[in-house]
Design a protein around this ligand. Sequence first.
Ligand SMILES: *[C@@H]1O[C@H](CO)[C@@H](O)[C@H](O)[C@H]1NC(C)=O
Ligand SMILES: *[C@@H]1O[C@H](CO)[C@@H](O)[C@H](O)[C@H]1NC(C)=O
Ligand SMILES: *[C@@H]1O[C@H](CO)[C@@H](O)[C@H](O)[C@H]1NC(C)=O
Length: 268
Amino acid sequence: MAWRSVTKLPTLPFLLLALVTLAHAQTCAFADDSCIDPLAQTAVPLSFSPLFPQNISFYYGFDAAYLSASDGLSLDGQSEGPIVKGSFWLGYGSHISSNSIRANHTSELAVRVGNLTGSPGGGNNGCDGVWGSQCSQDIKRLLQGSIYDLSVMGSYYSNPLQTVLRELWQTPLAIVSCPSTLFTVQSIPVESFAQEDEVSGSVEVVDSGNSVSPWQTWFVHGVTASEQAEQVAVGILSRGPTYGSEQLKNPDDVQIDLVCVRAPQEAR
Ligand SMILES: *[C@@H]1O[C@H](CO)[C@@H](O)[C@H](O)[C@H]1NC(C)=O
Ligand SMILES: *[C@@H]1O[C@H](CO)[C@@H](O)[C@H](O)[C@H]1NC(C)=O
Ligand SMILES: *[C@@H]1O[C@H](CO)[C@@H](O)[C@H](O)[C@H]1NC(C)=O
């Protein structure tokens, strides 16, 4: 008899706790930049070898809202109009190839979304379908060359891809084979996710992301959910020289991979 009352008593508080936890896991306030409750999300597999011998996944998703002045809510100093919250991260297993570590490398992921529509498909993880293979090749060559130049110049930098993209964003360079709006976006968030150390032969990798812990979120003003769904999200992955690492022989030593998706992803 005694055990019954003991087991019965905690039932209600336990149930309440479970409901609260569930509710918390499923919602993320729009204004909270540490998480995302995506209206649309896409994940695509891609290869980023040799560092990751198995395919990794690129995730992009967004949430949308409408700011009205009467709500008294403002984000990034703006208080009226449609707004989108974008997010991205990579997903990968723990298998990393330590025998590919021959220099101090920093790996980064940049994402640009906005002022670019098209149909992802074909080579370069869907980017050739958006702008053609020539443009994909030219973007890779431009970024390889810029990171190579940065590394031989000798002035300090922390994240090579982020450094060269900031310059291209501030002073957009026209690539003849590419859409002219390539660098014309409100922001290009960049996250560094792997740091190789040639001395110890080890690599430090950021944890895979998820919607509770996306790598980054950012706000895009003046864009509605349906407009964002038309936009192609371009992911740029790089594995480049950490500042002060051994001199590169040529720009080809910088690895650049592209990935182009839309959310929601159209059926192919
Ligand atoms: C890795 O991803 C690429 C690009 O999506 C795909 O073509 C390839 O089949 C995948 N490989 C494996 C082993 O899943
Ligand atoms: C598109 O480009 C214009 C400038 O030409 C800029 O004002 C606008 O913010 C860009 N849109 C996005 C979504 O980045
Ligand atoms: C590589 O990184 C390690 C750890 O930060 C450092 O001790 C070493 O000097 C670096 N090697 C080069 C060539 O920069």
